[in-house]
Design a protein around this ligand. Structure first.
Ligand SMILES: [Zn+2]
Ligand SMILES: [Zn+2]
Length: 343
């Protein structure tokens, strides 16, 4: 089968013919309908993130159809009510299944985790081998190419908003930095909270218009503190940083209200200064991906039309072009790569 693989950091992706993987034990082979292109993929390809094992088929935002199952997987699929050819979205936080994190439903935090497109082959291919049927969430009518971004953009933003719940009170002031693939979901989840005021900082004018249409109260071109305070009526109680550069983290931790929360989601590699020069008793936290329960919630919300997102498809063979477009910031929705079956 064809797979877009990274052999060394800084090199372009290589379109390789690799064997179609055969599932054994609890493994399930999913035929890829589409795989979303995430900024993290760009960072992996450029060598900015080191938690990867090369060579590697990239792609962690995967949806497709159940195609083949190992001997132990078949009865488990049956128990879960999943059948051959069923459309599924792939949960990517593949943990060991037995540690404390895994047993308490936080498998994405498993210290022994190995995820598709990071340590094991991912979805930039015709098929992906999933370690266990529990990692498959049925789409129940959602179209898999369109649903692929739920596996990361949809669920990571959902978890970020859910973890900020204690701060999202009526009258709460929220700042969202960056309206890319994840920020667009976050604004919609936030809009569903009663009485929060949402300001978005986004340099791209097209995306600022999108922020307005998704329900942001105001969309600003830059993070100038006086305009943020003016727009929100005070310091933000929560800042979601979907960029994560030195600049944006610095802005977030300077403007957050006393006792407020900075939720760092974007992985642009920035760092925060932490100490008493920050607003008193403010909180800083990172958030990553979502749990299996979070993904099930997101699929349910999407099925009832509670969240909208735009996708744009490109053939898998154009993966490198997709990277260039994402890097140039000319993508409005999520790019989803479509494989063509060769084997
Ligand atoms: Zn991602
Ligand atoms: Zn574990």
């Amino acid at each position: 089968m064809l797979a877009a693989r990274l052999h060394a950091p800084g090199e372009p992706l290589s379109l390789d013919q690799v064997p179609l993987p055969e599932p054994v034990g609890t493994e399930v082979r999913v035929r890829v309908a589409g795989c979303g292109v995430c900024r993290t993929d760009l960072r992996i390809a450029s060598g900015e993130t080191t938690r990867v094992e090369l060579p590697l088929t990239l792609g962690h935002e995967i949806a497709g159809w159940i195609e083949a199952a190992g001997g132990e997987a078949s009865p488990l699929l049956q128990d879960a009510g999943l059948s051959h050819d069923e459309a599924v979205v792939v949960f990517g936080g593949w943990g060991c299944g037995v540690c404390g994190e895994c047993r308490t439903g936080q498998e994405q935090r498993c210290p022994y985790g190995r995820s598709p497109g990071f340590q094991v082959d991912g979805g930039y291919a015709e098929a992906v081998l999933v370690p266990h049927p529990r990692h498959l969430v049925p789409l129940e009518g959602l179209e898999p190419v369109h649903a692929a971004p739920l596996a990361d953009a949809g669920v990571t933003s959902y978890r970020a908003v859910a973890r900020a719940e204690p701060w999202l009170v009526n009258g709460g002031r929220v700042l969202v930095i960056g309206l890319g693939g994840l920020g667009q979901f976050a604004v919609q989840y936030l809009r569903q909270r009663n009485g929060v005021r949402i300001a978005v900082v986004e340099p791209n004018g097209m995306r600022r218009q999108l922020a307005d249409s998704l329900g942001a109260d105001v969309a600003l071109a830059d993070g100038e503190p006086a305009s943020i305070r003016g727009a929100l009526g005070g310091d933000p109680d929560v800042v979601f940083d979907f960029v994560g550069s030195d600049l944006t983290i610095g802005q977030a931790s300077a403007i957050v209200a006393r006792g407020g929360l900075v939720m760092l989601v974007g992985e642009a590699g920035g760092h925060a200064r932490f100490g008493f020069d920050m607003p008193l008793e403010s909180w800083l936290t990172t958030t990553t991906w979502g749990s299996l329960g979070d993904l099930r919630d997101v699929v349910a919300i999407a099925r009832r039309g509670g969240v909208q997102w735009a996708t744009e498809t490109m053939p898998l063979t154009d993966a490198q072009d997709a990277f260039a477009r994402l890097a140039a910031g000319t993508v409005a929705g999520r790019i989803v790569l479509l494989p063509t079956r060769t084997a």
